[in-house]
Design a protein around this ligand. Structure first.
Ligand code: HEM
Length: 427
């Protein structure tokens, strides 16, 4: 009855990473649904370039749509072009230095109060950091944007979405359990926060050089602005897409560095030379190549968005198989990144592999996806991650509590289960 669901739910990452042994396109039975997984980079590349045929949809997306509505990440190809054109200015390269200045302030706000010898819950601390950064870059006008209650609401919403995505059977989310009630309340709180902020911004009518200002100023080809409902969906999309992903990646960095002290020492010496004890700024980034490679390699081993789905919009052919319209097709950056033919010794943490391959072939390294639906926040997220790694590692050695291996959560985003670490002040 359940097909591959039990095997998938029990060990999702091993299950998915093992699929290439069964072919380039593998058929799964997930309860009442049949789905295919594209395991070969050529097939993934085709899916991502033909984004009108392989449209957003399928079991993962349908659950995410409950929360993100028709925002940029979840909308179908028919409205995507209009949305992407309107939102792209918010992520133009020339805006990054401005965002990076806000990021640096928020990173300091979270890490300066840390005390020598303190034991922190690492994923929770990284999540607090990325919430503060994302909220600040969205709502810079709000004097305490970094500490808006979006943190609590997003936490509940994110976990609610993750649970729904990992439970492909329909209807479970509608049962009035305490968890489901909390989830609905958090969504309502988030809607209320967004509604109030949008009203304040509209009343002030000022460009605050933040994401919300761009959303309010955006016009389509007919001069049409985004409606309040559309702005709400985009705000929640940016919050969810921006916080959880970068927090997951940052959480993995610390156990990886602790397990590879030689790499950590080299990072420390890069940071000591470039930063000399001060926090990292946007203009430091070109001088921090090892910090950047550490982030790249962490995203290879633990791509936060590790499983994605598409729905086939019209009958097609993929890998020599006829695929009828309506079929769900999955692809997984995690699966690609762990293929030994694409990345030799794929389980090894080796930031220097990127010295030889600074630009991997599209379809092989895909933590941000590819094609028309590639992550709009890729440079934003990478900048944030490198600044955070650099500032934290410049000041602290983060040592995970020994004897407790750090393991992935079974979730739609590949983040570690809660784990603690001791902070030792370096300078
Ligand atoms: C390390 C951090 C991040 C990772 C790993 C990541 C990953 C991804 C991936 C894999 C996709 C493609 C999804 C698909 O093909 O179905 C995506 C799309 C997207 N991401 Fe990110 N993301 C990150 C950071 C961010 C940030 C910081 C933001 C915004 C502030 C953001 C906003 C979005 C949006 C709006 C989309 C949809 C783009 C579209 O369909 O046009 N992401 N992200």
């Amino acid at each position: 009855m359940l097909g591959h669901v039990p095997a998938f739910v029990r060990r999702p990452y091993d299950f998915v990473a093992g699929l290439p042994a069964h072919g380039d396109l593998v058929r799964l039975r997930l309860g009442p649904l049949d789905a295919y997984v594209a395991c070969h980079p050529d097939l993934v590349r085709r899916m991502l370039t033909e984004h009108r045929v392989y449209d957003k949809g399928g079991l993962v997306l349908d659950k995410a749509r409950e929360v993100l509505g028709d925002g940029l990440a979840t909308c179908s190809a028919t409205t995507h072009h209009r949305q992407r054109r309107m939102l792209q200015p918010a992520f133009d390269r020339d805006r990054l230095p401005g965002y990076a200045a806000l990021m640096a302030e928020e990173i300091a706000g979270v890490t300066v109060p840390w005390r020598n010898g303190e034991v922190i819950d690492v994923p929770a601390a990284m999540y607090r950091l990325t919430t503060a950064v994302t909220a600040r870059c969205l709502f810079a006008a709000h004097e305490r944007a970094g500490s808006l209650p979006v943190h609590e609401s997003m936490d509940v919403v994110t976990r609610g979405v993750a649970r729904r995505v990992m439970m492909p059977l329909p209807g479970v989310g509608r049962i009035p359990t305490p968890g489901n009630r909390r989830y609905r309340r958090a969504r309502a709180d988030l809607a209320e926060i967004t509604r109030r902020l949008v009203a304040d911004y509209r009343a002030a009518g000022t460009d605050h050089h933040d994401l919300l200002s761009v959303l309010l100023a955006a016009r389509d080809e007919d001069g049409q602005a985004l409606s309040d409902a559309e702005i709400h969906d985009q705000v929640v999309t940016f919050l969810l897409a921006g916080m959880e992903t970068t927090a997951a990646a940052l959480s993995w960095v610390w156990p990886l560095l602790a397990a590879h002290p030689a790499i950590r020492d080299r990072l420390h010496s890069e940071l000591d030379t470039v930063l000399d004890g001060r926090p990292a700024r946007h203009e430091d980034l070109p001088a921090l190549p090892l910090a950047a490679r550490i982030v790249t390699e962490t995203l290879r081993l633990y791509p936060p968005v590790w499983l994605l789905s598409r729905t086939v919009a019209a009958d097609t052919e993929l890998g020599g198989h006829r695929i009828p319209a309506g079929t769900t097709i999955l692809f997984s950056p995690y699966l690609l990144h762990r293929r030994a033919d694409l990345f030799p010794a794929p389980d090894r943490f080796d930031p220097d592999r990127w010295l030889a391959t600074p630009r991997p072939t599209p379809g092989t390294y895909a933590p941000f996806g590819a094609g028309a639906r590639r992550c709009i926040g890729d440079a934003f997220g990478t900048t944030e991650a490198v600044l955070a790694v650099a500032t934290i590692a410049a000041h602290w050695t983060v040592t995970p509590t020994p004897g407790r291996p750090v393991r992935p959560r079974r979730s739609s985003s590949l983040s570690p289960r809660p784990f603690t670490a001791t902070l030792t002040r370096r300078r």
